[in-house]
Ligand binder design. Structure first.
Ligand code: S3P
Length: 449
């Protein structure tokens, strides 16, 4: 365990490129492994989570390697062509890797066992096992339906129409990936739209995906019906991975809060289904511009510039939660520095992320002298409109986003914030401290820690 301390920062200034999008990186490796021929991936996030997916697709018989210029090349086995792995697939800390690969294995006629770290081993997996069982897969789990899990794929998979009981791109993606090696049409109905990277990338690799959008409900996007035609021939493709907006969130909020800052983050993915944080920060009063919009490999990309802004508290409905589900820890830090009360609704899913994030946020903020409370699914934070006291040691609970959010709090608080374990940051944002310090932050290893 490496403890880190974040001291009040100098004004943040300059430009930086955040690492590649984690969701898109997992999907590029998985679809590359299911395609025929070469897939070349530029900008892949080489973090612990994504490296777990790379190791898993290799164990399933695909080739996946980084070449000398930093791009990744994947040589796939074709839809339905993966092979039984010899050992256990170690998914580390990654819920996305575990759930998406359970979907892939569910319709291959062999048996595989998936395991993960202490955090992943208590996260709910029934949510993917339920639809995948309907398609014919069989599962043996530890008690409570948790990892390690052994999956025996269906020898004759059946297509299903499945309505998501929770707004989760991971469940949607597991079903669609299982649908690839299933004859006929597999349909997922999502009452609340979630990130659509799987659908976009399936199209990019040559699958037929039809999306029907239902009329929008007041205050939010409408339901979607996504239908995949099974057993397509996927062809290896070129993928450019945009910068991860969920990683950009940390320097972005830091620059909004540290006095006299102005930074630009280049090449950030701005998929509309990931834009909830930007919309919310703008409602809070953030001065933020989105420039140089372009399209890279089927995903919208832009440069984001932010300057220090006085923020005010807001109420955010749960309708927006799927479009910013990973950003609540750092949004709570912004709320702690805003003027007035911020109320964030519909956050039940935060209780089953890498940690119980609602609890981790409330405990951390409280330890740093900030008033914060949570019900089952509503977080309320009272901001004082200036630097909060700080001076706390935060338990990160194997949760990278809790670790980074509280380091951001340390940049703006009156006294430093310490986190007990920084190693988990490598799951999504290797060199977070280096990038932040390059912009003006002061994040350092604790002496003797
Ligand atoms: C992800 C979807 C989200 C998100 C996770 C990545 C994905 O989870 O929290 O970090 O890549 O599909 P849910 O879809 O389960 O909410």
């Amino acid at each position: 365990m490496t403890a880190l301390i974040s001291h009040p920062a100098r004004p943040l200034a300059g430009a930086a490129a955040v690492p590649g999008d984690k969701s898109i990186s997992h999907r590029a490796l998985i679809l590359g492994a299911l395609a025929v021929g070469e897939t070349r991936i530029a900008g892949l996030l080489a973090s612990d989570d994504v490296l777990a997916t790379a190791a898993a697709v290799r164990a399933l018989g695909a080739q996946a390697e980084q070449d000398d210029n930093g791009d990744w090349r994947v040589y796939g086995r074709g839809v339905g062509g993966l092979a039984e792995p010899q050992g256990v697939l170690d998914m580390g800390n990654s819920g996305t890797a575990a759930r998406l690969l359970m979907g892939v294995v569910a319709t291959h006629p062999f048996t595989a066992t998936l395991a993960g770290d202490k955090s992943l081993s208590v996260r709910p997996m029934e949510r993917v096992m339920t639809p995948l069982s309907l398609m014919g897969a069989q599962f043996t789990t530890r008690s409570g339906g948790c990892l390690p899990i052994t999956v025996t794929g269906a020898p004759s998979p059946v297509p299903i129409t499945y309505e998501l009981p929770v707004a989760s791109a991971q469940i949607k993606s597991a079903v669609l990936l299982a649908g690839l090696n299933t004859p006929g049409r597999t349909t997922v109905i999502e009452p609340q739209p979630t990130r659509d990277h799987t659908e976009r990338m399936l199209g990019h690799f040559g699958a037929e995906v039809v999306i029907v959008e239902k009329p929008g409900a007041p205050g939010g996007g409408g339901a979607k019906e996504i239908t995949l035609t099974g057993q397509p021939e996927l062809t290896g493709a070129e993928v450019t991975v945009p910068g991860d907006i969920s990683s950009a969130a940390f320097p972005l909020v830091a620059a909004l809060l540290v006095p006299d800052s102005k930074i630009t983050l280049t090449g950030v993915g701005v998929n509309p289904l990931r834009m909830g944080l930007i919309e919310t920060l703008k409602e809070m009063g953030a001065v933020l511009s989105i420039d140089n919009r372009r399209n890279e490999g089927g995903e919208p990309v832009a440069d984001l510039t932010v300057v220090t802004s006085g923020l005010k508290g807001v109420t955010v409905s749960g309708r927006r939660a799927p479009t910013m589900i990973d950003e609540y820890p750092v949004l709570a830090v912004a709320a702690a520095c805003a003027q007035g009360v911020t109320r964030l609704e519909g956050l039940g899913e935060l209780r089953v992320k890498e940690s119980d994030r609602l609890d981790a946020i409330v405990r951390g903020l409280t330890a740093a002298g900030i008033e914060a409370t949570a019900t089952d699914d509503v977080l309320t934070v009272k901001g004082g409109g200036g630097p909060p006291p700080g001076g706390a040691r935060i338990e990160t609970r194997l949760d990278h986003r809790i670790a980074m959010a509280f380091l951001v709090l340390g940049m703006v608080a009156e006294t430093p914030i310490e986190i007990d374990d920084a190693t988990t940051i490598d799951t999504s944002f290797p060199d977070f401290a280096g990038l932040m310090n390059g912009l003006g932050a002061a994040v350092a290893a604790r002496q003797g820690g």
